[in-house]
Write a protein that binds this ligand. Structure first.
Ligand code: ADP
Length: 450
């Protein structure tokens, strides 16, 4: 303000000086001429600065702020300060926007802003993936039309002021499996609604698996318990039953009891294998040749002379692992062969070493039988818990339906795999493949067939 006053005084002083001087020198006429010249100069200066200002306003860049004199200097300085603060604000906004965009693209949830007309105003790429949308093509489309679900439409049309959520299943043409989403609707402002999408497919599947598992275990336990209860009631109600029949009932109850014990033992083994986190500390060299010999010996006892055994076990095969878990894997494979091969069948057991890459070797424990074989459609499911090709046969032979699930987990724990080949009517071959341990000379042990 003081500067403005200063300029005003300066103009007045100039005016007075011109009037007084021209009056003294040449009278009124010269004064008028002087005043006209002064006014003309003032107008030229005014227009000159005005043109500079208009030009700058057309392209208001900070580096182009014009220079001026007098009051114009003040005006241009003020403009420069404003332009500077605007530039700073713009930079800050740019950084904030960049950060927001980064956050929006990093968060695992999908975020979508929906206008009152139901059109998409903005969405991050996770929301686009979740809802099978194309960010370029659908970025201003009407969401309910793009999703095409009546439930979703009802959910969006709910006029409740507070947030709500729903489960939505989206067909996922990419992987073939439907995607299950949790959709949260939350008020954003008067003009828009915020939609958040969460992929809960894995959690839902886990839940379903858990429920099915509990149902399976209950079912598996209920059958032997019903049998035991039934016999106990009969024994209590009929004390006059002949001794022979009583003995046969007790034998059957004992068989069912053993089945329950085996089931619980398998469940515990499986649960331990599934929940084992860091097994590296428990690992130690396991001599597979001796382990295979022990399992073959036990299988012969189980077979009780009903099958012929062919054995080719290479010596000096070691893996770094957990003896008990490898025993569980090998014994389940071999005992299954005994249980599912009719009498007089042949069971072949091979343990060998094979080079897989130029410097690494793998141990292969293979069990082949001449049993009934397994149809191809069952093979991918055999390692699922409680999956049985023939439930009656499995139960009759004392199976729990968990054996191959245990094999799969025990091998996976050793970075190994299970291969199954089977031909209906000819027999099956199960191969456990494990990374072999290097011997103390830094070389892999070689197989020598015996
Ligand atoms: P189970 O306790 O029922 O044997 P497993 O998980 O060990 O359970 O095996 C799953 C199913 O795979 C069995 O029920 C059986 O139908 C089939 N199976 C496993 N091994 C053999 C085999 N050697 N020959 C034929 N079928 C087999």
């Amino acid at each position: 303000m003081s500067e403005l006053r200063h300029h005003l005084y300066l103009i007045l002083a100039t005016l007075i000086a011109v009037v007084v001087l021209s009056l003294l020198i040449g009278g009124v006429q010269l004064m008028l001429v002087g005043l006209c010249c002064l006014l003309f100069l003032w107008l030229v200066g005014y227009w000159y600065h005005l043109i500079k200002l208009v030009r700058w306003l057309e392209r208001p860049k900070l580096r182009n702020v014009p220079h001026g004199i007098g009051i114009w200097k003040n005006i241009f300085n003020t403009l420069m300060l404003q332009a500077k603060s605007r530039k700073k604000r713009k930079q800050k906004l740019g950084v904030a926007l960049l950060r927001f965009n980064r956050i929006a693209e990093t968060i695992p949830e999908g975020v979508l802003i929906l206008g009152l007309d139901g059109r998409i105003q903005w969405l991050n790429h996770v929301a686009a993936t979740h809802l099978n949308l194309n960010p370029e093509r659908d970025s201003s489309g009407i969401l309910v039309e793009l999703i095409g679900s009546v439930h979703f439409q009802q959910f969006l049309n709910e006029q409740a002021p507070e947030s709500g959520d729903m489960k939505l299943t989206i067909d996922n043409s990419g992987s073939g499996l439907p995607r299950i989403l949790n959709i949260i609707r939350t008020p954003f402002d008067e003009q828009a609604t915020l939609i958040i999408t969460q992929d809960i497919t894995a959690a839902e599947q886990l839940n379903a698996t858990r429920t099915a598992f509990v149902a399976n275990v209950s079912h598996e336990l209920r059958t032997p318990l019903t049998v035991i209860n039934g016999f106990l009631e009969t024994l209590t109600d009929m004390p006059e039953l002949p001794q022979e029949q009583r003995q046969s009932f007790i034998a059957l109850m004992s068989k069912e009891g053993t089945r329950m014990r085996n089931l619980l033992a398998d469940l515990l083994t499986l649960s331990r294998l599934e929940n084992q986190t860091d097994i590296s500390i428990h690992r130690q060299p396991v001599y597979l040749t001796a382990l295979a010999e022990q399992v073959v010996h036990e299988a012969r006892i189980l077979s009780a002379g009903k099958h012929s055994f062919v054995c080719e076990l290479a010596t000096d095969i070691w893996v770094n692992g957990i003896q008990q878990d490898l025993y569980n894997a090998f014994s389940n494979l071999l005992f299954n062969a005994v249980r599912y091969t009719p009498p007089k069948g042949t069971i072949a057991i091979r343990l060998r070493s094979e080079q897989c890459q130029h410097d690494s070797w793998q141990a292969i424990f293979q069990v082949s039988d001449t049993g009934a074989g397994i149809a191809a459609e069952h093979i991918p499911h055999l390692t699922e818990r409680f999956y049985r090709v023939d439930s009656g046969r499995s139960r009759q032979s004392g199976g729990t339906g968990l054996g191959l699930a245990i094999v799969k987990h025990a091998l996976a724990e050793h970075s190994g795999t299970l291969q199954i080949k089977s031909v209906v009517g000819s027999g099956s071959t199960f191969s456990a493949i494990l990374p072999q341990m290097k011997n103390d000379k830094g070389l892999d042990s070689r197989a020598t067939h015996v």
